[in-house]
Design a binder for this molecule. Structure first.
Ligand code: NDP
Length: 334
């Protein structure tokens, strides 16, 4: 029952947007009460995602202050609000996506929560859900990848990137992957990418030539680009006629001021999707989560965990992911 919960908890909040200096570890945050349709999760692991840095820096706007960062976690259900689904009970192990995850307890709308199968650890679930579901929905919905397709993935050794490399391999596509260091490119190769390239930001022609060389002069069927501003032009340049350009992140800054007429030279389709609009209903989340668990169990896909940081090391963890030195998933532990 709720009465057995502590009154206050640890959590990471910001009072304004800015650099990592605005991150505040607080110890006396009131433990939230779950509202209608919500359950309260006692977090065991908290997933760090690049989006957390956008809310902290101001690329995206927090709805109000103080704002508790974080979008993903996994643990056990500690309290139930009114009218929650019957598969969610006190003590159920769950993974979720939703705000205010950088804390000991997080109230979560049932729509964004999924029970964790017995075969999957709480740690793996926390390390997978948001980034892996992003990758699954990208290859199924943003561009439904077919066997034999050529696909370009940027930031391929990152959290989402390593999932994309593995999933594309599992569905029989050929992946061209970019990442900023030789070690990262080697990791992408070990996760299924076939062709490894530098970004060649200073020499776009060189990049385009290399991609055209490996794709028989035609370019790729699809691009999944999360770097944004720095790579958008070179990615668009290598999409084949009737191909698809999916821009789904802003790690180097947002893409702005795009002239639609640029698409007509090869009838390119352009998308800027978010995961949350692919899993807006509980049925959609369950369907894609099931597909993810199947990939993990049957195809042997795995999550590379970069490091697990104590919540009190949130500044170091944030600096690490922003420094481009991490690969795979970063986790916090309350
Ligand atoms: P990553 O682990 O991929 O970390 C970001 C990576 O971006 C870095 O490791 C780095 O790889 C690359 N990068 C390129 N340029 C820069 C730069 N200027 N500064 C920092 N990093 C840079 O993070 P995530 O897996 O959490 O997210 C990957 C991307 O996917 C993000 O852009 C995120 O916003 C987006 N995303 C979008 C979602 C959606 O719904 N649309 C959902 C989830 C993620 P390298 O050094 O190799 O270039």
């Amino acid at each position: 029952s709720v009465s057995s919960l502590p009154k206050t908890m640890k959590g990471v909040q910001i009072e304004k947007t800015g650099g990592t200096e605005v991150l505040q570890l607080k110890t006396e945050i009131p433990v939230p009460e779950p509202k209608e349709g919500e359950v309260l999760v006692k977090n065991e692991f908290i997933g760090i995602n690049y989006i957390d840095t956008y809310f902290r820096s101001g690329v995206y706007s927090p709805p109000s202050f103080p704002y508790t960062l974080g979008r993903e976690g996994a643990g056990t259900i500690a309290a139930l609000g009114p009218n929650t689904p019957s598969d969610l009970q006190l003590g159920t192990r769950v993974a979720y996506m939703g705000p205010a995850a950088y804390a000991e307890y997080t109230p979560v709308t049932a729509n964004y929560m999924i029970p964790i199968p017995d075969s999957i650890s709480t740690k793996v679930a926390a390390a997978s859900l948001l980034q892996a579901l992003t990758a699954v929905t990208l290859i199924r919905e943003a561009y439904p990848v077919q066997k034999g397709d050529w696909v370009l993935v940027t930031a391929a050794a990152g959290g989402v990137g390593l999932w994309l490399c593995q999933l594309l391999k599992a569905v029989g596509a050929h992946t061209i992957a970019t990442a900023s260091t030789a070690e990262k490119r080697e990791l992408a190769r070990r996760n299924g990418a076939e062709v490894l390239l530098e970004y060649h930001e200073e020499d776009r022609e060189k990049f385009v030539k290399k991609v055209l060389e490996v794709t028989g002069g035609e370019g790729v069927h699809a691009v999944f680009d999360s770097v944004g501003k720095a790579t958008f032009d070179s990615c668009l340049a290598v999409v084949r006629r009737k191909g698809t350009m999916v821009s789904f992140g802003n790690a180097s800054g947002p893409v702005t001021g795009f002239a639609l007429a640029r698409l007509s030279s090869r009838n390119v389709k352009l998308l800027r999707p978010t995961l949350f609009n692919y899993i807006a209903t509980r049925e959609e989340l369950q369907q894609y989560a099931q597909e993810l668990w199947n990939f993990i169990e049957k195809d042997g896909l795995n999550v590379k965990i970069h490091d697990v940081y104590p919540l009190s090391d949130v500044v170091r963890a944030t600096q690490d992911i922003e420094s481009r030195k991490t690969t795979g998933k970063l986790l916090l532990q309350p």
